[in-house]
Design a protein around this ligand. Sequence first.
Ligand code: PLP
Length: 551
Amino acid sequence: MDLLIDVNVALDICTQRQPHALASALAMEAAKARNARLWLYCGSTQTLEYNLYHHLKHENVEAGSTLPNKAVLKKTRQLLSDFANDKHWLAALAGEGPVFDARDPEDAQLLNALDRFPAGSIRLLTRDGDLLDGYPDKTISPLAYCEMEPPKPKLAFIDLAAQQQIIRPELERNIHRVLHHGQYILGPEVRELEQRLAAYTGAKHCITVASGTEALLISLMALGIKPGDEVITTPFTFVATGEMIVLLGATPVFVDIEPDTCNIDARLIEAKITERTKAIMPVSLYGQPADMDAINAIAARHGNIPVIEDAAQSFGATYQGRKSCHLSTIGCTSFFPSKPLGCYGDGGAIFTSDDRIAQACREIRVHGQSQRYVHTRIGVGGRMDTLQCAIVLAKLDRFDEEITQRQAVARKYHQLLAAEEDVRAKTPRRQEAADEQNPLSALASLRETFRVLPWPLEDRTSVFAQYTILADDREALQANLNQAGIPTAVHYPVPLNEQPAYAHLCCPDCTPVAQQIAKQVISLPMHPLLTPADQNRIVHALTPPATDPNG
Ligand SMILES: *Cc1c(COP(=O)(O)O)cnc(C)c1O
């Protein structure tokens, strides 16, 4: 449970007013230990300063000190700034201004501000008896907070809240800017984001679109993909990759994957090229680019077949020093909230250095319109809205740092898990040794069987959209983790060519590696702010100590 700090509690701590200061300080410590957030209301800044200043002045007079007012003010600000240092600032919103008919306007503001949070997730930390009595569900005293049962630690698969905490000032400023200029469609943030992302990848053009799926659709439309055409792609991906091909009436031709990267196996592509092949669409899965140069070379040998990189998971990754999305004819990415660079809704982008393709994409994005009410081609309503662009912009400055953090988290997983693998390889199975005949022991040993995927290849980097391992008995592993409160996901349980809507398009057994890998993959919690302590907890839960089969 988070806390909004009332002015009296903040002042207790800053003034060291006993006995209150002790309880308040303990509540701060308890909050920290519980990983709860401590908020200060922006609207309280002046009240804090005013009250603390007068308290210190009064104290000085009492003590017979002749400290000049300027020095008292300086001390006031220093104390407040130290106090606020590890707190979060909660913006004061317009609706919280007119509280003059309230008995206590300041209290009314704080209580109103709580309504923005999900019920029960936050309380006002106060020692004001009237508030505590009048609003027992919205308030709590420092002592009562210290005595509360701490919640069971829960782990997020992707902790967007932790990221939001860091970028809140930029986020709020950017969102408010859009509210004030009012250009919700194709506003200035759209252009700014496109310029910054193009510069980031090195591609000449960036066209933001409504989603990653829309990016794939518009790219295929810009290439003129139509019924009867074939598009070579991987079956081991999110459904949208194959779906957009089928939506246009074209046929996805599924090529099997490499077992180490889980990306399309470039060596198998050439055999699938026919005169109907109009595009090749590799996916840079889990954040690691596919073997793009090998694929580009094959495409070039066969009359320059366009190559679309589905980089929905790999924005920010590199391949031979170049950025994903700028590795082939077209790159498509997604700003779905859980992607490495996400917005707070749907969004995506298309990258290309081909002027004609870029122009086509821009037109298709707005109903094939080349000028107002001149529709030169068939298009879609596929724009990314200004607010979502403003949100991505707020995240962009920290993005490279987040990639570094993701890679460090992945490295740590890799080391912890490889060490576990090693131990298991060297020690005979405890329970097998104990009881060869017991079927439970066989099951238990299976439970512990997992393998890490190889570290990304030397000529590329991954942004680790997912940290995925392989398990022989995935369900048992998931159950272990679930029991320990650790969420997992499966990317993806069924290859596209085995999905009911796609099975008729491809022989189901023609991609045996994808078929096998899909049964084994399991993704662990992954985000830039995952702590080493949580990672230890996760790996520990993955390999629980053996239980005695007889006990
Ligand atoms: C997420 C994803 C998409 C679709 O992106 P949306 O923004 O959700 O439409 C497409 N391909 C892959 C590989 C993805 O991971």
